[in-house]
Design a protein. Structure first.
Length: 234
């Protein structure tokens, strides 16, 4: 079991096993005001759910919590420490990979030749979803894969939505949440990708200057250019 919250910038801290159904952890910098959630793996795909299988809101502090259900449980035959090889179009300037092991970081891949790149990621496992980009921004993600990829040692990218031009990367200027509506002000035209807390893509679109969407109660990750934002709709 892992815990992720405002005290660890929503990364995954492993808890200590007490017995088959109980885990514990002491976090020195955590306060009673911090929100948090539990997962059964170091990925949001394994986040806790309600007994009915619906999203749950971020927790407020309690010394003793009960998790009713997991969204997903890691496979018993899970592969860990994976190598990714990808074939890309000619003229691709660079290739990056981003996935469930750390959705906030675009990891540069090693160039084998003009159309082949490779990388080995110790933290990656076969349950992690991932995507390729040709720049350090979702503006430059691969075409043809609106959903995250499932693990394959050898992938092929047939095209990019956009390639870097040397101009400044656009980003999110501000965002607000009101009446279950997320409103985002953008600095220019860019690709917006919206995911639920389990990593499922809800919407993927190219928008200019402003983006707005009404959402049900839940936790979401918004990605635009080099910016990732975690939002809670209550």
């Amino acid at each position: 079991v892992y815990i992720a919250g405002e005290f660890n910038t929503w990364s995954f801290t492993a808890m200590t096993k007490v017995d088959d159904t109980h885990y514990t952890v002491t976090i020195a910098n955590a306060t009673a005001a911090h929100k948090y959630k539990y997962t059964c793996g170091n990925d949001w795909a394994y986040v806790e759910m309600s007994a009915e299988g619906t999203d749950v809101a971020d927790r407020s502090y309690s010394e003793n919590d009960v998790v009713e259900r997991w969204n997903k449980i890691p496979s018993s035959d899970l592969q860990v420490g994976l190598t990714f090889n990808v074939t890309v179009p000619e003229g691709t300037p660079a290739v990056y990979i981003c996935g469930g092991w750390d959705w906030n970081t675009f990891m540069p891949m090693t160039k084998v030749d003009d159309t082949h790149y490779t990388i080995t990621i110790a933290e990656a496992n076969s349950d992690h979803g991932y995507k390729y980009t040709c720049g350090e921004s979702w503006t430059y993600e691969e075409e043809g894969h609106t959903a995250n990829r499932s693990y394959s040692e050898n992938d092929v990218v047939t095209g990019w939505k956009q390639t870097p031009t040397g101009l400044n990367t656009v980003s999110v200027t501000s965002y607000t949440i009101a009446n279950r509506t997320l409103s985002v002000t953008l600095n220019g035209r860019q690709n917006i990708a919206l995911y639920d807390v389990a990593g499922r893509m809800i919407q993927n679109a190219v928008v200019a200057d402003f983006y707005q969407v009404e959402l049900p109660v839940g936790i979401y990750i918004l990605r635009a250019a080099n910016t990732s934002i975690k939002v809670a709709i209550r």
